[in-house]
Unconditional design. Sequence first.
Length: 694
Amino acid sequence: WKQPVKDAKSIILAGNTLFVGREHEVLAIHASTGSIDWNMSVDGVVHGIVAANGFLLATTDKGRIYCFSEQGIPRQVAESSVSTKQRAGGGQIDYFDQDFSRQLLGQLDQRTGYALVHGVGDAQLASQILRDTNFNLVCMEEDSLIAAKTRDRFNEKGLYGKRIVVHKKMGNRLPYPDFMFNFICVDIGALKGKELLLSEYYRLLRPFGTLVIGGTKGASDSLALAHKPLADLVASSRDIDRKFHSLKDQQWQVIKRDKLPGSGEWSHQYADPGNTACSEDMRISGDLRLQWYGKPGPYRMFDRHSYTTAPVYSSGRLFTLGEKILYANDAYNGRLLWEKELPSLEPRVNLPRDCGYMVTDRDHVYLAIENNCIKVNARSGKTETEFNCPKIDDDHDYNWGYVATTDGLLFGSSVRSGNFYTEGRGPWYDDSGFNNAQDSHKVLSDCLFAVDLAGNSQAWKYNGVIINSTIAIGGDQIYFVENRNPKVLQDKSRRLSGGKEWMALHLVALDVKTGKRVWDKDMQFEQRTPVFFSTYKDGTLIVLRSSPKSFDLRAIDAKSGKPLWNRDHGWENNHHGAHRRHPVIIGDVVYQQPLAYDLKTGKEKWSTSKVGVGGNCGTLSASSSMLFSRLSNYPGFIDLGKGMNKENLVEITRPGCWINIIPVGGMVLVPEAGSGCSCEYSIHASMGFLPRKN
């Protein structure tokens, strides 16, 4: 049978009835005949349907929940509209001393995420946290009656289940995942002599989070008993700091957790300003478990074939760029911290032929939009400053191209308008480049410059036609390949094609502080190349390009510009990205599939050919001991300590076609990048993975 139903948004089968949700309507269709048994009008688009115990529940995008009964007995519709922003304290006296509250909450790494209160008492503490922060709050109570009373209290305010839940403590192992909470507050007075679970608090406290222990009633004696265990915890942990606050009626121990020892960062397109594509995270092993999943999903994300900007990470926050929107997630619990609309952002894709345009440090995100680079507060998502790229001449409009930051400087380049790749849906950008296809042409800048972030002023500017994908920073110098071909200089276009325009290339190094030229070397390359990259690590600059059927790697001494070694090896194929991989440097080894070389000598270390091409259309990212990419179609990894066997992180989703798996902060983060794919992957969501033995 066939039953036309336009714009269906949700569908389930319950018994012999299909329930279908669409705009303003719920339909019940007989599964055997296709006839419509009944239909009901609703307000909004029906995105969720659940059948249970003879009832049908439907939810709409208007925030309404409808319940339908199989008996068809009409009942009065109960409506509730309660703002979760109401004063949760209800006019009660503040639990925290006001000065201490301002000081404590003002110094939190962030006020959005998850908080835990152990010891509910009269609920004043929980009420103040709800009122003064944006945390979702979990209360752990020892007494069943107090727990029930607290639930009723917040349910009456319309807050229970929305921003707060209360759990009865059932054992000393609390039922929450590692690193879940941004803020943990332990009310010793409310515990009434019950045991402090210091090891549990430490397990649950997210890096960069805050733990406070104390209170008003009897806190002094209990804190004294806790002094030695707290001192032992601080002594045995390299990532926490402790302070004591003695107030008029309260005493508090404040413990702040810092970065996990040995954890890594991914602040730039290829991990760092040197483009190593390695976070150097030493905490990640091959035995990983799912820590969280959720937003952002595929909606408003770039098509997986676009090869767009990688996510970036610093200090516990993950930043993912979508179509005219920037998302910030808590890396440890997945909480969406904020999302920032970017109406002027034009998508830049095909980054193997361009460069990264979003970076982060501990406090800010820097993002190129049109002719500006905006400086966004990492905690709030608010734009603090906008920097303009310099114009080279009055005959052209210019956009901000390259973005990097290090040592108090923001680096950028000026690109003539209309030269970025912006077609994010349709083109695959997988051409081998040897038929001079346009999607392999390299984006060029007309100048490179630096901005002093302390004074928000231009530090220096270097004029020249620069290949964006070859810009790298390291060893107090910035490196790039410059094209001095007269034909290119006079051309209106700033995309480097594959003809004789490849003549007159120069590898240049500038002083990163002054912009003065350190050295300048002539370089000869064959015409036409799918990709052209530069990567810096420990005094060595690797310049890589694809030649016909092979990769050409050249190692340069970064201080002098003198060649160290040169290697050439075949790529695995001319499609699915095998011919345009970006190099990875881990320690003193440079990986360029399917081979790996000693960074200093060029001696071949081993072959990665066992990995194979199958489904591997992305490029590699790395931690200190693992490689990540799309292996066998799924997000996969190779634990270098266990040989070259590839394993899958998960088999229900897929990564993107460039870089979206980043090993950072002691975790592996995989923000959604499979949008547009119609293959057999059932889940499109962002995910975070944590080693089982953390």
